[in-house]
Design a protein around this ligand. Structure first.
Ligand code: MN
Ligand code: MN
Length: 299
């Protein structure tokens, strides 16, 4: 059971997340700097009284997840692209995770509409005691009946205070899995949709721009020690980008960061790319399962 106070924090995080998500469309234009979109979203979250639970992800075309701008990123949004904006807000560690897709070419609208339909179908399904495999199968059926394919190796996830993935997953396809949802759990549900002739899977890209604390391996350098301490106190176990640690001009701090990474005190999340290079759309909401009903906190 969650206290009224915690439920209130979830609702507040969800409200901020939905408002910020709804303003993503104004930021995403062909030619816009990706770093301006990431920082614009993160600034808005802050201005509304929330904290970023993870760096704003801006994933273009066949990139499905885990791209955020590195320091001094000079990439821009290409014309006629399909752009996923995924953001997280937390209040005292209680997280709302939501995403939308902006189609800069009308040909992609059906792909995104299908992701939204699959998300809606999953939301109708989720109750206390629902098998997660049932939700995955509803998502898969909705996507396939619209003529597209789900990404089978990406999933939604249960969340806890300061923890983005806390064990249970909501698959985007049917599978043999007896896991059930329970009262007072919080889930992000996120169907990813690609073309019918695509692989329907993501693979790791070469680059990583998102990190999180794992364990204190006691880096040797004093700057590395201080930086690791700073990460632990400001982010705890939540993901962060290099941009949040220091301005792009500090070579000493950059060396300290690489030392922490080499010590495996932090882990890196590789960028995830559709394995056959196909376009990907995503829709995501966070759901709080109460005693008799499920509440979408990011509507
Ligand atoms: Mn998300
Ligand atoms: Mn998520």
């Amino acid at each position: 059971m969650l206290s009224e106070d915690i439920v209130k924090k979830y609702m507040q995080a969800g409200h901020i997340a939905s408002e910020v998500r709804n303003s993503a469309k104004q930021l995403v234009k062909a030619g816009a700097q990706i770093i301006d979109i990431c920082e614009g979203i993160e600034r808005l979250i802050r201005a509304k009284g929330g904290n970023s639970a993870f760096p704003c992800n801006v994933c273009i075309n066949d990139i499905a997840a885990h791209y955020t701008s590195p320091p001094k990123d000079n990439h821009v949004v290409p014309p006629d692209s399909i752009v996923k904006v995924d953001l997280g807000v937390h209040i005292d560690g209680y997280i709302a995770d939501t995403a939308t897709t902006i189609c800069l070419d009308r040909r992609y609208e059906d792909l995104f509409a299908t992701a939204q339909r699959a998300l809606q179908a999953a939301i109708v399904e989720i109750q206390p005691g629902t098998k997660v495999s049932k939700i995955g199968s509803v998502i898969q059926k909705t996507i396939e009946s619209n003529g597209f394919k789900p990404i089978s190796n990406l999933s939604g996830h249960k969340m806890d205070q300061y923890i983005i993935h806390s064990g249970k997953s909501i698959p985007n396809v049917g599978q043999m899995n007896g896991t059930k949802t329970e009262e007072w759990e919080v889930y992000a549900i996120e169907p990813f949709v690609t073309m019918n002739d695509a692989a329907g899977q993501v693979k790791n890209g070469r680059d990583s721009y998102i990190y999180r604390f794992l364990r204190d391996r006691k880096p040797k350098g004093i700057e590395a020690k201080i930086l690791l301490q700073k990460i632990r106190s400001s982010q705890r176990t939540l993901p962060f980008p290099e941009r949040w640690l220091y301005s792009g001009t500090s070579d000493g701090q950059r060396r300290a960061f690489l030392e922490i990474l080499a010590s495996k005190s932090i882990m890196a999340y590789p960028v995830l790319i559709e394995a056959s290079g196909s376009l990907v759309a995503q829709a995501e909401h966070t759901v709080l399962i109460k005693k008799d009903e499920s509440v979408v906190i990011t509507l």
